[in-house]
Design a protein around this ligand. Structure first.
Ligand code: F6R
Length: 620
């Protein structure tokens, strides 16, 4: 949600900043803007719409050369996505330019104060107040090398809410200053050059040495004085240094038309990497960071999974395995609802937070609520060093690599895999499963990347179907057991990418209402459970198929190889390889991803950056 970049060094700041914005455009694409600073002063340009609009404007009227600058790609919260509301925001005297991610909750109060004391605000954003406040705070301070950072500290102490701010001042052509509270900010450390960004992707082409800023810290990057970090009161502070283990190529399309297609293709590797090295010789699962003892885990008597969107669907899939393998009751909750319903939590509750970004504000707030109630927190996350892992008692990283397309695919599969590892670990620690039983399931999991690969190789009929369904007004999805969350996920993918009405239902619910939606030719995608698993369920789903067919529905059936019971009732059968019941979602979700991608593409939509969405939702 909003991408921020700052640069100071020897290269063209504009080039570095615009390139960084391009890599972060997935975070928001309502508008984009840049500010550069050189010995002559400050210059900015900003445009509504995608980054391409800004690039066009910069090509027509170039900004002066500079080696320090900032940039922003916006996902609008306060104020419409137009040129005026685009960032950077500049103070009334033109001395300061600021970019911001997050929400300043007390902005109305600050805006009143600024207006009462003579400042005229030009935009509808909450961000603009920070530019004026920073300019005023700077003016009130004596001259000193870190004057801009000191002014930033003054401003941050007055702000409420969640924010990352990055700013430049016209009198400091070698300095960029940043600050963060509950919103991501990383620094990149190159040779004689420094970067600030919402995400390492912005500077990965220049350096892989990163430093994660802590909560309530101000950072100054200065061409001469290097990098300096303090808390909001000016006390020296330290960030968390790390080396990024993927390179710029991982965040590029690599010949695919869309990042989403590349990421769908990367799913076998995402699952394999998430499993790699996670099982010790003794059958123990190796978590990345554990501040919980085996005793703590033995005491767990209830599990809550909290997550949003696709990550929530991963949790819904995992619930079946968690309860089956551990025998611990498990509830899966939308993180945005969790803390408002006063859940019953205590020291023996394990809360599993699932998040690709590790920054989703709804999940983060739910996590903090659980922590306040003394629950143990384990996070499953794809972004090293992000806020959720830092605030959790234990962490298991999904090793899916950077996911750039806004719609999550490979992280979904990696999240399910990671949840399964956690479930197996709990089952082993609590003595519900023996080490060899755990190892047997892990071996089945290890077989899944090859089966996902096989599934990917047979997607041509799905692509054809996608082109055919491009004008469908509605598509329904049905599933049971682990197929139910996959139906929900299939519908979500279609809604967000194709902007087509889509709904997922539990097969058993069909007769309780949704069947009224079936009209002649309504496409209905059914995820059929394996006849070899709980075969009673298989029969029930086949009944559902017949019920829909009898009412004129167009049946698209996803069934495992060899399941011929469905043939007579299906308009199209999409085959997936045979897999254990609980692991089948790693396969059945693949055709649904491909279908949504293909329909969106056929409708001429931007698959990677669907309208109104952003990759990382850092506001509530
Ligand atoms: C949908 C999608 C979103 C995210 C959700 C949570 O394709 O990607 O629904 O799953 O916004 O994001 P994270 O996982 O970053 O917490």
């Amino acid at each position: 949600m909003c991408g921020i970049v700052g640069y100071v060094g020897q290269q063209s700041a504009l080039e570095v900043v615009v390139e960084g914005l391009r890599r972060m455009e997935y975070r928001g694409y309502d508008s984009a803007g840049v500010a550069i600073v050189n010995a002559e002063g400050l210059a900015t340009d900003k445009r509504a719409g995608k980054l391409a609009n800004l690039e066009k404007s910069l090509a027509e009227v170039p900004l002066p050369p500079a080696t320090a600058g900032i940039g922003h790609t916006r996902w609008a919260t306060h104020g419409a996505p137009n040129d005026v509301n685009a960032h950077p925001h500049v103070s009334e005297h033109g001395d300061v330019a600021v970019v911001h991610n997050g929400i300043i909750e007390n902005f109305a109060e600050l805006r009143d104060e600024l207006e009462r004391t003579g400042t005229e605000l030009v935009s509808e954003t909450d961000t603009e107040v920070t530019a004026h406040l920073l300019s005023r705070a700077y003016a009130d301070l004596p001259d000193r090398p870190d004057r801009l950072a000191a002014a930033m500290r003054v401003v941050c102490r007055r702000l409420e809410g969640a924010f990352t701010l990055v700013a430049v001042h016209r009198d400091h052509d070698g300095t960029v200053v940043g600050a963060r509270r509950s919103s991501p900010l990383v620094a990149g450390i190159g040779t004689g050059e420094y970067f600030l960004a919402s995400d390492v992707a912005a500077f990965i082409a220049h350096t892989r040495d990163a430093l994660e800023l802590g909560e309530d810290q101000v950072v100054e990057i200065d061409r001469e004085r290097g990098i300096n970090i303090t808390d909001f009161d000016g006390h020296p502070a330290e960030g968390n240094e790390y080396h990024v283990d993927w390179d710029a190529g991982a965040a590029e399309k690599g010949g695919y038309a869309w990042f989403m297609l590349k990421e769908i293709a990367e799913q076998p590797a995402a699952v394999a990497d998430t499993l790699r090295g996670r099982l010790s010789a003794g059958g123990d699962i190796v978590l990345d960071e554990v501040r919980l003892s085996e005793e703590d885990l033995r005491d767990v008597d209830k599990i809550f999974v909290i997550a949003c969107g696709t990550a929530y669907h991963a949790g819904l899939v995992a619930k079946y395995a968690i309860e089956h393998w551990t025998r611990i009751p498990c509830e899966v909750e939308l993180a945005s609802e969790f803390r408002y319903r006063d859940p019953v939590l205590d020291r023996s509750t394990l809360v599993i937070a699932i998040s690709q970004s590790g920054e989703t504000m709804d999940t983060l707030k739910a996590l903090r609520h659980a922590k306040e109630q003394r629950a143990r927190i384990l996070s499953i996350c794809n972004t090293n060093g992000s806020t959720m892992p830092r605030e959790s008692d234990a962490v298991l990283y999904t090793r899916a690599g950077p996911e750039v397309a806004v719609a999550s695919t490979k992280c979904f599969l990696a999240q399910i895999t990671a949840c399964y590892l956690v479930a197996l670990y709990l089952a082993r620690v609590r003595g519900v499963k023996y080490g060899d039983e755990v190892a047997a399931i892990v071996a089945q999991l290890r077989g899944m990347p090859a089966l996902i690969e096989q599934t990917l190789a047979t997607m041509e009929p799905v692509r054809e179907l996608g082109r055919d369904l491009a004008t469908a007004p509605t598509v329904l999805f049905l599933g049971r057991h682990v197929g139910y969350p996959i139906a929900l996920e299939g519908a979500l993918k279609l809604k967000e990418l194709a902007y087509i009405h889509a709904e997922g239902f539990a097969g058993g619910e069909l007769k309780h209402g949704p069947i009224a939606l079936i009209d002649h030719g309504t496409p209905v995608v059914v995820i059929v459970p394996s006849p070899r698993g709980r075969n009673i369920m298989h029969g029930k789903v086949v009944n559902n198929i017949q019920e829909v067919r009898a009412r004129g529905g167009r049946m698209i059936v996803i069934a495992e190889e060899g399941d011929d019971a469905v043939n007579a009732f299906a308009d199209l059968v999409i085959r997936v390889p045979v897999a254990p019941t609980l692991l089948a979602p790693l396969l059945t979700s693949v055709p649904l991803q491909v279908l949504a991608c293909e329909i969106a593409d056929a409708r001429g939509n931007d698959v990677d950056q669907p309208r109104n969405l952003a990759k990382s939702v850092t506001v509530e």
